[in-house]
Design a protein around this ligand. Structure first.
Ligand code: GLA
Ligand code: ZN
Length: 682
């Protein structure tokens, strides 16, 4: 296939530091443009993402192209040794296009076409839109494809799953269904349409707006994701033809945007994503560090390779309600956190604040004050200097022995399900609850998909709330455990198949034998403190934990009971079980526990499984240590997300502090939001 990704990755041998640069907004201000290049040097920037929203500047009228400003921009970047990441402009369409071809605008559920405006809102099926995008992409590729400093294609911007109900989209949805189900009879069975008289007798009766048919709505989500991918493929086929040696990315967002990024990952050459945590919020503000780490790990895991942090804010955003400017040290910490988890870049939205428009108060490397003396500019310079000294990291990888399954299609199915407790399903949060304990133990994790990702290389696979077991997944789990793996399953696992039809004969469906239990029913604990469990970790260590929201009543078959409920009519029945199966083990956690349970559980498990922690044991809350390594050395990133400073003992005597180039003796101090990078030569 011409479109599938090539293993070319990025051509650079240094870490990249840069930003989205909207040169076209400042063409009337030549002195500002001159200053930009001076400041880029000062900030140690070696890359700029350009042209992302410049369709109307490049093609002001249909078929009339103006590349002068972009030529100049390429020249100036090249003269300053700055790589260009060139955007294709499909993320925002010019007004003449919507006016002449209204079909490029999306249609809502009621059949009303959206007015022109905003961005990221074109119909992804419209043949005219695809054609016009192909024309401009080809022109860009032909004109800039041979530029020495063209590093990468930045295709469109943050594709999303916003629906379009135009005739083109609905027709394609029906075609997609025909491919999936072949016959209407198959479709009716898969969607259980005998329920509420929903049987379809003609493909044309199908319209995706009926939440009572969860199979239909799940397929609609799948279709939108596939159709967006199809649009992306149509964009890149031109680029692959014209510039076969220039790698391609498209910037992903947080995974809860209803696109199955695992499918996209196969077609991009390098993964990139836009990371916008909300720092300094709440009592447990270090938790934002945990979440951000989880998502960085997920982006590393899509291709099991270094990724790019394509966007991050130099300080605050202007769209999060309240966005607190980064406190001292946080910019360095959050930037190097991305590197610690596998990014080879720190890039910002945006280089300079736009003078007008919706984002004029979003922070930037250069703000409206316009000089290089602001705290934000200084923070950016500090990051630039650090990255210059870390080029050895570029080829370093992360080897995780633990994987957590965070399955996007499962999330869609679970979000559609009407359960006895639909409040606080919290799927993503619960994946992060398991991750938090491992992060705080200094254990690196991959974040993987149940279907796409192989399990073979892990000792431990954690699969929280895997409500939907897609075809082939149960078999993968069984093989993994047979071969000696340890698997963690929880409540709300194995309820439905690919089409959202319930498994008959008890949950967790095809995993009953592996888990050695069957679920009889599930209590919805309405008050968080109405149920508890007790666990005997060893002869003289029995502990009690609060549990909440969901509590399965188990019928125990071959499993051993490791923890019991303590209250109400569930008292003394199994809450945690362990089942040996061939060479491996499956744990079933039948309820949702407070954090300290996961701390104790994973602490024990990693010892039993001989999973090595990264250099420091007993990390305080809010602190982690992550590792990247290659044949020449190991880099340890020790990060403190607390507002208080911490002191840590270092037992390994071979570690060098990369800032001072001296050996670390016994202990290190990390200030508030501090980071230290230690190196061990091999
Ligand atoms: C997104 C977009 C950018 C910009 C930033 C603001 O990530 O890709 O164009 O709007 O948000 O935070
Ligand atoms: Zn459409």
């Amino acid at each position: 296939m011409t479109n599938i990704s090539k293993p070319i990755g990025l051509k650079t041998s240094v870490l990249l530091h840069g930003a989205d640069y909207n040169y076209e907004q400042w063409l009337d201000y030549p002195e500002i443009l001159d200053t930009d290049f001076k400041y880029m040097k000062e900030a140690r920037c070696n890359v700029m993402s350009i042209g992302i929203f410049s369709w109307a500047e490049i093609e002001p009228q249909e078929g009339v192209f103006n590349f002068d400003w972009l030529d100049d921009l390429f020249d100036r970047l090249e003269a300053n040794n700055i790589y260009a990441i060139l955007g294709t402009p499909s993320g925002s369409k010019p007004a003449w296009l919507s006016k002449k071809y209204p079909e490029v605008c999306r249609v809502d559920e009621k059949g009303k076409r959206e007015p022109h405006g905003q961005r990221h809102n074109h119909c992804r099926t419209s043949p005219i839109y695809r054609e016009k995008v192909a024309i401009i992409n080809r022109k860009l590729a032909q004109r800039y494809g041979k530029r020495k400093n063209l590093l990468l294609w930045h295709v469109s911007n943050e594709y999303n799953a916003g629906a379009c109900y135009c005739d083109y989209c609905i027709d394609d949805f029906r075609k997609w269904l025909r491919v999936r189900y072949k016959t209407l009879d198959n479709l009716n069975k898969a969607w259980w349409t005998s329920f509420w008289s929903h049987r379809f007798t003609d493909w044309n009766q199908i319209f995706p707006s009926d939440n009572s048919i969860s199979g239909l709505m799940l397929d609609w989500k799948r279709f939108i994701s596939d159709q967006t991918l199809d649009f992306f493929k149509s964009e890149i086929s031109v680029l692959r033809e014209e510039t076969p040696n220039i790698p391609i990315t498209t910037n992903f967002m947080l995974p809860n945007v209803d696109l199955n990024y695992w499918n996209f990952a196969k077609y991009v050459d390098v993964i990139s994503w836009d990371s916008y945590p909300r720092w300094h919020i709440g009592d447990r503000e270090w938790m934002e560090g945990v979440k951000t780490a989880f998502f960085h790990d997920m982006h590393r895991s899509y291709k099991k390779a270094p990724f790019m942090m394509m966007e991050s804010t130099p300080s605050a955003t202007n769209w999060q309600g309240i966005s607190i400017p980064k406190k001292p040290n946080m910019h360095l910490l959050s930037s190097l956190q991305a590197i610690a988890h596998g990014s080879n870049t720190v890039q910002y939205f945006q280089w300079r604040q736009s003078r007008g428009g919706e984002e004029k108060f979003h922070s930037a490397v250069v703000n409206h004050l316009g000089d290089d003396k602001t705290p934000v500019f200084k923070d950016v310079v500090e990051v630039g200097k650090k990255l210059e000294n870390l080029s050895q990291i570029v080829n370093c990888r992360t080897n995780s022995q633990v994987a957590i399954i965070y399955d996007l299609e499962n999330e869609w199915a679970l979000s559609l399900a009407q359960l006895p407790r639909s409040q606080k399903k919290c799927y993503q949060d619960r994946c992060i609850a398991h991750y938090r304990a491992l992060w705080n133990l200094g254990i690196s994790c991959d974040i993987i998909d149940s279907l796409d990702s192989p399990f073979d290389n892990y000792k431990l696979v954690v699969a929280p709330m895997l409500y939907m077991l897609r075809d082939g997944v149960a078999e993968k789990f069984i093989k993994f455990v047979e071969n000696g793996g340890t698997l963690i399953l929880t409540y709300l696992t194995g309820l439905v198949n690919d089409s959202d039809l319930c498994f008959l004969g008890g949950f967790p469906g095809k995993l009953k034998e592996l888990a050695g239990i069957v679920v009889e029913d599930t209590d919805v604990i309405s008050n968080p403190l109405k149920q508890k469990i007790k666990v005997k970790w060893n002869a003289d260590d029995e502990r009690e934990y609060d549990v909440f929201h969901y509590a399965d009543r188990l019928r125990v078959k071959t499993a051993e009971i490791k923890g019991k409920y303590t209250l109400s009519n569930m008292a003394n029945t199994a809450a945690i079980t362990e089942n040996k199966f061939k060479n491996g083990v499956t744990w079933y956690l039948a309820t949702r526990m407070e954090d300290s349970f996961y701390d104790d559980f994973y602490k024990k498990l990693i010892v039993d499984l001989n999973i090595k922690q990264n250099i420091i044991s007993n990390l305080p809350q809010g602190v982690t240590c992550q590792k990247r390594s290659d044949e020449e050395g190991e880099f340890y990133f020790i990060m403190n997300f607390n507002k208080e400073s911490v002191s840590l003992n270092i037992e390994d005597k071979e570690l060098i502090d990369i800032d001072t180039d001296s050996k670390v003796i016994n202990s290190i101090q990390l200030p508030s939001y501090g980071i230290k990078i230690l190196k061990k030569a091999m």
